[in-house]
Write a protein that binds this ligand. Structure first.
Ligand code: ADE
Length: 361
C-alpha cells in the first residue's frame, strides 16, 4: 500500500515539475545547446557564481574557445584572462587541463560515460551528473546546493546537508525520481525550482508545482530547512603590498602555478603584524633585491576570499634600477593592466593606482 502511494507521489512530482519547467524555464544561453563541452563550461562557471554574472562570461568564453580543441591549445594567460573576475581560479586551470586531456585521449570528443568523465580534472560527482544528464540525457543525479535544499524540503529531511551521508541519501532519492527519457529536463527543472521558488529564505510555496507533495510545507517547517552547519568565518589577515615604480612602470609578479591565484598577476606583498607595515615593506623590497626611495602609503582596501579576509595596506615606492625581469616578474605601465589576467583582489590595487594623482616620481 505504502509503495503504491509512494509511486503515485513520485509520478506527481515528476509530472508537476516538468510541466512547470516547460512553461517557466529561463532563457539561458547554455540551454540552447546540448554540446557537452559547453554544458561543462557553464556548470563549472555556475559553481559559486550567480547566473546573472555567469551569462556574459559564458558567452565570451565559448566565443573565444568554441570547442575542446581551441581551449586545449590556448595559452594559459589567455584562458585566465577570460576567467578574470569569476574567482576560484583552480576551476579554470582544471578546465584547461581537462580540455588538454580530452583532446589527447579522446581526440577532442567529450566522453559520454561516468567512468571516463569522472577522470577529467575538476569534475566531481555533481559536474559529471550534470553533463551526463543535461548533455547526454543519461539518468544521473546532479545534486548541488539548490537541489539539496529542494529535496530536504520535499522529503522533510532534517539531517545536515554538509554531511556526505545526507548528500548520498539525496543523490539516491533524485536518481530514483529521474523520469525515463527526460533526465536532461529533470536535472535543470530541479535547479530552476531551487533558483526561482524554493529559495533559501521565505520560499514561494504558493507558486510551487510541488506544493501538494512537499512534506516540509505540509508540516510548516520549510523555513527551518535545509539544516546546515555554519561555515567558519574567513580568517582576518593584515596584508601589506608594495607598488614598486620605476618611472612610469610598475612591478608585477606572477603567482606560482599551484598556489592561491596561481598563474595570475599580483603586486608584491606579504602578511604582517598590525603596526609592522614598515618592516613588511622593507622585507618585501629586500626579497626583491631592490633599493627603494620615497616610500609612502597610498591607500587601503579589503578583500574577502572564502577562507581569508584581507585588510590590505598599500604602499608605493620608487626604484632607480629595474631588476627582476624574468617569466615571473614584469614591468608594465598602468595603461597595460588590462592586458594581463589580474584577479579582483589586485584590481582593487590597480584602481587605487589609476585614481591616484601622486603616482609620478
Ligand atoms: N546552476 C547550476 N547549473 C545550472 C544550470 N544548468 N542552469 C541554471 N542554474 C544552474
Amino acid at each position: 500500500m505504502n509503495q503504491i502511494r509512494n509511486n503515485a507521489i513520485n509520478n506527481e512530482i515528476q509530472e508537476n515539475l516538468l510541466k512547470w519547467f516547460d512553461k517557466n524555464k529561463r532563457d539561458l544561453p547554455w540551454r540552447k545547446t546540448k554540446d557537452p563541452y559547453k554544458i561543462w563550461i557553464s556548470e563549472i562557471m555556475l559553481q559559486q557564481t550567480r547566473v546573472d554574472t555567469v551569462i556574459q562570461y559564458y558567452q565570451r568564453f565559448v566565443k573565444r574557445f568554441p570547442a575542446v580543441k581551441e581551449l586545449a591549445e590556448a595559452d594559459e594567460q589567455d584562458v585566465l584572462k577570460h576567467w578574470q573576475g569569476l574567482g576560484y581560479y583552480s576551476r579554470v586551470r582544471n578546465l584547461h587541463k581537462g580540455a588538454k586531456m580530452i583532446l589527447k585521449q579522446y581526440h577532442g570528443i567529450f566522453p559520454d560515460t561516468m567512468e571516463e568523465i569522472k577522470k577529467i580534472p575538476g569534475i566531481g560527482p555533481y559536474t559529471a551528473g550534470a553533463v551526463l544528464s543535461i548533455a547526454f540525457n543519461q539518468p544521473y543525479p546532479a545534486v548541488d546546493g539548490n537541489v539539496l535544499r529542494v529535496f530536504s524540503r520535499i522529503m522533510d529531511i532534517h539531517e545536515d546537508i554538509a554531511q556526505a551521508s545526507t548528500v548520498k541519501l539525496i543523490q539516491e532519492k533524485v536518481k530514483e525520481l529521474i523520469p525515463q527519457g527526460r533526465a536532461s529536463d529533470f536535472t535543470e527543472a530541479l535547479m530552476e525550482l531551487g533558483a526561482l521558488l524554493c529559495i533559501p529564505a521565505n520560499p514561494l510555496c504558493l507558486a510551487c508545482p510541488l506544493y501538494e507533495q512537499c512534506e516540509a510545507r505540509a508540516r510548516g517547517v520549510q523555513n527551518d530547512l535545509p539544516v546546515k552547519t555554519k561555515k567558519q568565518k574567513p580568517k582576518k589577515m593584515h596584508m601589506v603590498f608594495c607598488v614598486v615604480k620605476k618611472g612610469e612602470e610598475i612591478l608585477m609578479i606572477k603567482n606560482p602555478a599551484n598556489g592561491l591565484l596561481g598563474g595570475l598577476w599580483s603586486f608584491p606583498g606579504k602578511e604582517a603584524g598590525e603596526k609592522q607595515d614598515e618592516e613588511a615593506v622593507n622585507q618585501i623590497l629586500e626579497e626583491l633585491k631592490l633599493n627603494a626611495i620615497d616610500i609612502k602609503k597610498i591607500g587601503t582596501a579589503r578583500h574577502i576570499f572564502t577562507h581569508m579576509d584581507w585588510d590590505m595596506h598599500i604602499y608605493q615606492c620608487a626604484v632607480k634600477n629595474k631588476e627582476k625581469i624574468d617569466e615571473e616578474h614584469l614591468w608594465i605601465t598602468k595603461e597595460e593592466f588590462g592586458d594581463y589576467p589580474i584577479p579582483k583582489v589586485y584590481q582593487k590595487v590597480c584602481k587605487l593606482i589609476l585614481n591616484s594623482n601622486n603616482m609620478d616620481n
